[in-house]
Design a protein around this ligand. Sequence first.
Ligand code: ZN
Ligand code: ZN
Length: 357
Amino acid sequence: MSRKRQKQQSGWVLVFLFIMLFLAVAYVLFNRQEQSAPVPAGEGGLEVHFIDVGQADAALVICDGHYMLIDGGNAEDSDLVYAYLERHGANHLDYMVASHAHEDHIGGLSGALNYAKVDTALCPVTEYNSKVFQNLVKYLEGQGKSLTVPEPGDRFELGSAQVEILGPVQEYDDTNDTSIVLRIDYGETSFLFTGDMETGAEGDLLDSGADVRATVLKAGHHGSDTSTGYRFLREVSPRYTVISVGEGNKYGHPSDEVLSRFRDAGTEVYRTDMQGHIIAESDGKTVTFRTEKEADTATNPTGNSTLQTYIGNASSKKFHLPDCTSAKNIQEDKQVVFYSRLQAVLEDYEPCGRCKP
Ligand SMILES: [Zn+2]
Ligand SMILES: [Zn+2]
């Protein structure tokens, strides 16, 4: 063999060794990545749209062209929900979840059913004595469907996202506590929906051993202090919390107490009353947020607890603390919200004798 030929041959051996080494390194790296990051196939990402329906709940979940609607706002939000689904091409819902029978969660679902065909409609009950509930059943019947009551432990897929039903784990008399609790998993990220479940049922859920940990929490019951107790919040330990709530609502939601719990938990707060529609996007590893407006507004600043609103009654010219029973009984169109006591007094309103604001 000539020297030249020998040299050429050993060159080829080197190239071959290099290729083998490269393949081995690539194989190790690829497998390691696969183990540490279970990013779902499809790569379309997961979008959760918290639709601004005022003092109510509605969220559209989109994954790989599959859609799930969780609640639909009040009956008066039907047109808004219809338009929102239309804008996002959601003419087919794989799942519709009516978290519980209250109007601010199921009222607008008829709007959704006017636009979209639904495969499976989940609800904790199949009967409830209200006009909006009967409407929901009627609209479903129009599509040849009926309500399905899910069980804790039920799982299903929405594209490459997984959904697990966690609750309710018991039967309850209080409609809020009957709320369907579900967790959506997408890669390493997760979203927890609890409807209007209150702290008692939160405790029962934790006692059942449910895995409630989540990257994003939809705050229970519009930020009412009857939900999202410290124990529950600690177990969920959400990086982000979204409050679906109406501006100047008569219930005083979100409560200062809950906002302070969120500050203690160090969770970043988004609010539909301040920011409009809120869209959370997950790539399986991280969640990023887009808001319709006020992206950088201080949604939960310290010292916010001194901000007190007052509710006036335009007929009686009396004003109340938001949690006064008289305030809660004021007709919607007679409500006036004041952001200070002085403002109420200057507008010739008299303090209520019962709550003494
Ligand atoms: Zn409710
Ligand atoms: Zn509600």
